[in-house]
Design a protein around this ligand. Structure first.
Ligand code: G3P
Length: 218
């Protein structure tokens, strides 16, 4: 399973990269705004800075909502670095843009996916990744993991190569459950990733080992 970090915060991206388990980064306009990154030039420079840190795919989202401008924006983003994946919302013009980029061999991430039907369309358009937002479904009392399961079955039925990128991951159990179901990728905050490290028996066991070593060497 690939691990992406869902942030535009360079320190957190660096920290995750240094852990040695990071496969990529996803961003969105809200995450960029949260870091105070505004204006086209700053946004472009920020994507370049992310690409310099991470070994792997970096999703960069288009702002346009019409086909022509999505293509223009996406081409500029894709030209920044081969790591860039053009992130496109699941709307009719987005579907056309996914197909356009797929035909050109440019990687895409179809975002804001909340149903199996939308995921099927994304695969048919040749998206590299499809991003079902599981946390936001949970927020409205709908099982986000259930959607991942459905998409897994559909993609396996037809051998679609689009990778299921479980997005809007909020906590470590989301990651574990997505891995059990067979999501190809998950993107979440650094806190959810580092939470996987923790177990009280590990801490207790380590403290005991170190104490015994000290006794034995005193
Ligand atoms: O990758 C999609 C993600 O950024 C949405 O997460 O937590 O805002 O629902 P969230």
């Amino acid at each position: 399973m690939k691990f992406f970090i869902d942030t535009a915060n360079l320190d957190q991206i660096r920290e995750a990269q240094q852990l040695g388990i990071l496969d990529g980064v996803t961003t969105n306009p809200s995450l960029m705004a949260k870091e105070g990154i505004t204006g086209q030039d700053n946004i472009i420079n920020h994507y370049k800075a992310i690409c310099d840190i991470v070994d792997g795919d970096v999703s960069a989202e288009v702002i346009a909502t019409d086909f022509e401008n999505m293509v223009k924006e996406g081409e500029v983003l894709a030209a920044l670095n081969p790591k860039i994946v053009v992130k496109i919302p699941m709307i009719a013009d987005g579907l056309k843009a996914l197909k356009y980029f797929s035909n050109k061999g440019i990687k895409t991430n179809c975002t804001l996916v909340f149903s199996a039907g939308q995921a099927l369309l994304a695969a048919k358009a040749g998206a590299t990744y499809v991003s079902p937002f599981i946390g936001r479904l949970d927020d409205i009392s709908t099982d986000g993991l259930d959607l991942i399961e459905k998409i897994r079955v559909i993609y396996d039925n037809y051998g679609y190569e689009t990778e299921i990128l479980a997005a809007s991951v909020r906590h470590p159990m989301h990651i574990i459950n997505c891995a059990e179901i067979g999501a190809d990728v998950m993107t979440g905050p650094l806190s959810a990733i580092t939470a996987l490290l923790k177990h009280p028996l590990t801490d207790l066991g380590l403290a005991q080992f170190l104490a015994d070593h000290k006794k034995g060497n005193s």
